[in-house]
Design a protein around this ligand. Sequence first.
Ligand code: FAD
Length: 387
Amino acid sequence: MTADTRDTYEDIRNGVRALCADFQGEYWRELDRERAYPTEFVDTMTRNGYLAVLIPEEYGGSGLGIKAAMAILEEVHKSGGNAAACHAQMYTMGTVLRHGSDDQKETYLPKIASGELRLQAFGVTEPSSGSDATRIRTMAVKDGGSYRVTGQKVWTSRAQHSDLMLLLARTSPREDQEKRHHGLSVFLVDMREVASAGLTIRPIRTMINHAATEVFFDDLKIPADSLIGEEGEGFRYILDGMNAERILISAECVGDARWFIERAADYARNREVFDRPIGQNQGIQFPMARAYAQTEAAALMLEKAADLFDTGEPCGAEANMAKMLTSEAAGAAAEMCIQTHGGYGFAEEYDVERKFRENRLYQVAPISTNMILAYLGEHILDLPRSY
Ligand SMILES: Cc1cc2nc3c(=O)[nH]c(=O)nc-3n(C[C@H](O)[C@H](O)[C@H](O)COP(=O)(O)OP(=O)(O)OC[C@H]3O[C@@H](n4cnc5c(N)ncnc54)[C@H](O)[C@@H]3O)c2cc1C
């Protein structure tokens, strides 16, 4: 283990904890009621440089590894907050950083680092393709110095709170490809420039406050230099970005799990029924201990995935396992926490029901558990492809 991998980023953690102390439960509850965007929180995170930790110093970021970003997101979630409104600003730029041209990097990365440009919309999922990203139908057709984009995305988070969108689109028909993931390309779409010319964004109200939208492209004209890397190679480009996303969302799950466990233990020590603290009952204590063990084990898998990611080694299996195990551990902790609180778990003011809803997403998005199991079955266990 190198010194860096042992670093637990205590300075960063302390800074994030202090910042989150100004954004307590009441702040999140009010926004949740209105399904409103946490602008003040996101601005504060941006001003303090927390969303630019992964951007190299030459482009104005801190140039830190993924574990620093994990520490930030874990602390936000452990404080009872929700970083989903801004986590994508940290990692979506990875595709530009790794596969963009020098010109694209110099144009966009410093502005993303300062927060002048928000790149936190990532358009992959479509209504008809769902988990099978190779079947997306949104087409980008080259037309001189432009591409013309037609199609639809669904569940594009934060599109209304982002200046740029990383868009996956087909540039050649699936039938013409040797491999199904060929013929897909990635574009960096400047939504400020095209908002009134063929781009429509509609919010979707969901059980959580997540700024989810559907996005329609109606012969939208974008400059040809919006293309990242080579045409047809887009699927490969977004895959390594997806590992970063899975690792960082796992850190949020660990933060959530620790919040649920701490809240539940605190409540169980103090709530007395039948003349004794409810935590004295094994029916209350054991699910808590189990959730704790699950969380700590999942956090170790997450560390492994992060170590591999930071040293540039393949980490697809580990990032996927971390995402599955941490989201399930957080799910178990959420279930335990609401049960421990009895009726009060359903009262808004305890924040348990809100966190319960918010965390549930992570067993479905950004990739649902079944797809992770299918990946492990096929690529690690060498079983026939099941999908
Ligand atoms: C709040 C929210 C925010 C999101 N944000 C974004 C975003 O910013 N950008 C973006 O591109 N997407 C986003 N998504 C989409 C998310 O990634 C997808 O919902 C998810 O990948 C699943 O796709 P689907 O909803 O079409 O489900 P489907 O693909 O229809 O799957 C439905 C169920 O069937 C299971 N299933 C499907 N096929 C198989 C199989 N072969 N074997 C076993 N089980 C299978 C799935 O695991 C799942 O449980 C978001 C979703 C939500 C809810």
